[in-house]
Design a protein around this ligand. Structure first.
Ligand SMILES: C[S@@+](CC[C@H](N)C(=O)[O-])C[C@H]1O[C@@H](n2cnc3c(N)ncnc32)[C@H](O)[C@@H]1O
Length: 306
């Protein structure tokens, strides 16, 4: 198992949005390796406290260093963030969600997120519950496969991939990362000039489906906003256009703006509960991209509760 470090993305920009204070109380919904959690507590100083959540049991040992360095100021809850209302430490001055997978997860080949090393096609963030990718591919309806491959994976040749998956059921070719990658490559072929592996998009889509990543986000956003004190900040870093759209619509709604271009409700039917801190999604700088290419698709949006 090769455990790499996870470099926190858009760190300076996130700290600027949250503006941690010495008497503040914060919630990090996506602890991962604790990069953002640590930076929030360090920037805040004083007696600031932070509660962190992660649904990956492998994140738990990484909380030890935080407990050692911050003692009672740091607390951890092993939960999906859609259940953040069960965290007893609300209300918060800032809530952060840095969604998606961590480098720890991507780089641990036994977790099945990567097609480069052979492993069970698992892809679950919470390895203690739910059905893994291999089981999902064997049992999901065609409709759910299309949603995963076409909508979440944004694979243009999704029909071929979905047909190949359904044809391969019962053959064992859906159980391991490498067999699955070979099956997809065979189904879609390699396009001249394409830089990414032909299985990249399908792996991403299946991962999003297996972990119900969009459902988690939709359920968590209103809870995260209600857990804020007046003046508190909700900051969300997303990595996929579908996630960013959910965040943008929710933020527009609570800021009393039309949720999208088709929203023609009269202004007096809207209520303004928050102020937008990011006019447009904040993207990583060239300097960050040079150090951490994995930050490439990250986008930060933040609102302040009125
Ligand atoms: C991108 S990483 C966060 C990295 C972290 N900000 C850092 O600096 O180390 C995302 C983390 O959130 C966790 N996660 C993703 N979705 C989650 C959910 N719905 N509930 C709880 N944890 C989740 C993943 O297990 C992963 O550890």
């Amino acid at each position: 198992m090769s455990e790499q470090k996870h470099i926190p993305v858009l760190l300076g920009e996130t700290l600027d949005a949250i503006a941690p204070r010495a008497d503040g109380n914060y919630l990090d919904c996506t602890f991962g390796g604790g990069g953002h959690s640590r930076a929030i507590l360090e920037r805040a100083g004083g007696n600031a406290t932070l509660s962190a959540i992660d649904r990956d049991p492998a994140a738990v040992p990484r909380t030890e260093a935080m407990k050692r360095d911050f003692g009672e100021r740091f607390r951890f809850y092993a939960l999906p963030f859609s259940r953040l209302d069960e965290v007893p430490d609300a209300p918060f001055d800032g809530v952060l969600m840095d969604i998606g997978v961590s480098s720890f997860q991507l780089d641990d080949e036994s977790r099945g997120f990567s097609f480069r090393k052979e492993a069970r096609a698992d892809m679950r963030m919470d390895t203690n519950s739910g059905c893994d990718a291999a089981e999902f591919l064997e049992t999901a309806s065609r409709e759910r496969l299309v949603e995963a491959v076409r909508d979440y994976g944004e694979e243009l040749r999704w029909r071929r991939v979905v047909d190949a998956i359904i044809d391969a059921r019962g053959t064992g070719k859906l159980s391991t990362t490498t067999a699955l990658a070979a099956l997809i490559e065979n189904a879609v072929g390699k396009r001249p000039g394409e830089k990414i592996h032909p299985a990249t998009r399908t792996f991403q889509g299946v991962r999003i489906a297996v972990n119900d990543e969009l459902g988690e986000l939709r359920r968590a956003l209103p809870k995260a906003f209600s857990a804020l004190k007046p003046g508190g900040v909700l900051a969300v870093i997303s990595f996929h256009s579908l996630e960013d759209r959910i965040v943008k619509r929710f933020f527009n709604e609570i800021c009393g703006r039309p949720v999208d271009r088709s929203d023609s409700r009269p202004q007096d039917e809207r209520s303004r509960e928050a102020e937008m801190l990011t006019r447009k999604a904040v993207r990583p700088s060239e300097a960050e991209l040079a150090v951490n290419p994995r930050s490439r698709s990250s986008r930060l949006r933040a609102v302040k509760k009125i």
